[in-house]
Unconditional design. Structure first.
Length: 553
């Protein structure tokens, strides 16, 4: 990576018009949704790529670029394929089609078939490319990723693509589409270096686009990703909230603001937006014959489950998980595997139902190729081991789970996925800490969990998940409280609350630890917060505890 060019640059303003990909949406409820779609083209935001192709395909090409920025990859591929059928000489349409076959911020990885197809597409683009310049450099970015002659490992391909995007950015720093994809390259490589610096640089570049065109889909979308990082969650909230107006029928656009709402603890917002996202995702079929439901549906469901559990609305969370399991033909991807495993884990761990946790299904559903998904599988083994560590006489299950977690950690590392491997190691440390506690070694338990806290603090959250399966700082508070150290426990809960505000169990821990140290006013404040945030339908025992404490005056 040419690190010298990854620096903040104040870019010159760009003038010129943009293609409007759909008019501004009307007030919701003003016109039935089906009639709105019939009246106007799909609303996706404003893109003006300036492609050198037949005028008859320009709008569809820009639509493909907008869908690419929205990470609506199957529909983007269809758009670029329509362009190549209408104008076979449109070189960049082949590049655009290739760009839909790898997904830089998502955990899905291109298959061998995807890589072969992508290379064929960028070769087609190169054959039709007349001369050099900007368009040729765009094609070079695709060649950098798909070239079979280079190092085949995924992250090596991403680094090559990012290097090529850097070259393109240096040559054309005033081009909006170049800037947007350059910022995306920053975000894609963030976990490989100084993550905070990459997020900040991406946000700075994207701000220059938003100053010129507030509805640019890439600038809005990637800004949310740039701010999905510790201490950045309060940045550009007006941009976050604008996304639903820019693309009101796009499932991923409806979901994305909730990455920030989770970080702010705004659970009703998470629920409202993801219900819309899930409904939209069910309308998006993927696969060669449209045989699958897009994996954006389970993605939205997990965020819904997470939010409902923070409100103590366990009945709603249970129904959401049931809907996930009863939805046929889900796309068999990493995201789908992750969300099946993660929602099962969260439902037992967040509710502290240790008996259920200790028997959570592993590799379910069985029709997914779990050998490809070590991190999702690890979630189930963590849940089993963590649940068993709370139950007398379940030592064998704990040992079995730890063995599987270490095996899966090694597999993820061997697959060239260090971030996945690190996430599994955090889970392994958390189970190990509770194993030590069960064995009566409180000091080792605390040391081990402090190692998990340190590792979690320096590991960026992956976009696939709303948050840690079991936040290490929250668990440290639970551990210290169990060991009779409420003052230290409260410090751990406060740190957890700062990083992930509004979590049910963190708020409960703050109330209990404050009460234990004799700080009744603070305890009452946290118990009230717990009751205020809880759903009316919640039947969590902790809410009765809160009411009883407050009734004592």
């Amino acid at each position: 990576m040419q690190q010298s060019v990854w620096c903040r640059v104040v870019l010159p303003a760009v003038t010129g018009g943009c293609l409007l990909l759909g008019a501004a949406p009307p007030v919701i409820g003003q016109t039935p949704p089906d009639e709105r779609r019939a009246e106007r083209p799909e609303a996706l935001g404003r893109v003006d790529f300036g492609v050198s192709c037949a005028p008859s395909v320009t709008q569809e090409f820009d639509r493909g670029i907008a869908l690419l920025h929205h990470m609506t990859y199957p529909a983007a591929l269809e758009a670029f394929e329509r362009v190549t059928r209408s104008d076979p000489g449109c070189a960049l349409a082949y590049w655009g089609a290739a760009m839909t076959l790898f997904q830089p911020l998502w955990p899905n990885r291109p298959t061998a078939s995807d890589l072969s197809r992508g290379w064929t597409l960028v070769q087609e683009a190169r054959l039709r490319m007349a001369g050099g310049g900007r368009d040729s450099m765009f094609v070079a970015t695709g060649e950098a990723f798909f070239d079979p002659a280079g190092e085949p490992e995924y992250w090596a391909r991403i680094e090559r693509w990012a290097d090529a995007m850097t070259d393109l950015y240096v040559a054309h720093p005033d081009d909006r589409e170049v800037r947007a994809l350059f910022a995306l390259a920053h975000l894609a490589t963030a976990s490989r270096g100084d993550a905070r610096a990459h997020h900040e640089e991406a946000a700075a570049v994207l701000a220059t686009i938003l100053a010129e065109e507030p509805t640019h889909p890439g600038a809005v979308h990637y800004t949310i990703h740039a701010n999905d990082f510790d201490v950045r969650e309060h940045e550009s909230l007006h941009v976050v909230r604008s996304y639903g107006d820019i693309a009101p029928a796009n499932a991923h656009a409806l979901h994305m603001p909730t990455h920030i709402f989770v970080r702010l603890g705004e659970w009703q917002q998470v629920i409202d937006w993801n219900r819309r996202a899930a409904a939209a995702a069910l309308q998006q079929r993927v696969g060669p014959a449209g045989e699958h439901v897009w994996d954006e549906f389970p993605h939205a469901i997990e965020y819904l489950v997470y939010a409902e559990l923070q409100r103590g609305n366990d009945a709603s969370a249970r129904e959401l998980i049931r809907s996930l399991h009863e939805t046929p033909d889900l796309e068999p991807s990493f995201k789908t595997a992750f969300h099946f495993a993660s929602t099962a884990s969260r439902f037992s761990v967040e509710r502290q139902d240790w008996a259920q946790a200790a028997v959570v299904p592993v590799r379910a559903p069985a029709d997914l190729d779990w050998d490809l998904f070590p991190w999702p599988e690890a979630l189930a083994w963590f849940t089993r081991g963590f649940g068993a560590a709370h139950l007398p006489g379940s030592e064998a299950t704990v040992v079995e789970s730890l063995g599987h977690l270490e095996r899966l950690r090694q597999r993820a590392a061997a697959m060239g996925e260090p971030l996945f491997s690190t996430q599994i190691e955090i889970l392994r440390l958390e189970v190990t800490a509770w194993q030590a506690l069960a064995e009566g070694d409180g000091e080792r338990a605390v040391r081990t969990l402090e190692d998990a806290v340190e590792l979690e603090q320096r590991t960026p959250k992956h976009p696939v998940t709303p948050g840690a399966t079991a936040p290490a700082r929250e668990l440290l508070g639970d551990l210290l409280l169990a060991l009779g150290e409420p003052a230290r426990a409260r410090d751990a809960y406060l740190a957890s609350s700062t990083a992930a505000p509004g979590r049910f169990n963190t708020t409960l821990g703050l109330a209990r630890s404050s009460a234990a140290v004799g700080d009744a006013d603070t305890a009452r404040s946290h118990y009230r917060a717990l009751l205020d945030a809880a759903a009316p339908a919640s039947r969590r025992p902790a809410l009765a505890e809160a009411r009883a404490y407050l009734a004592r005056g």
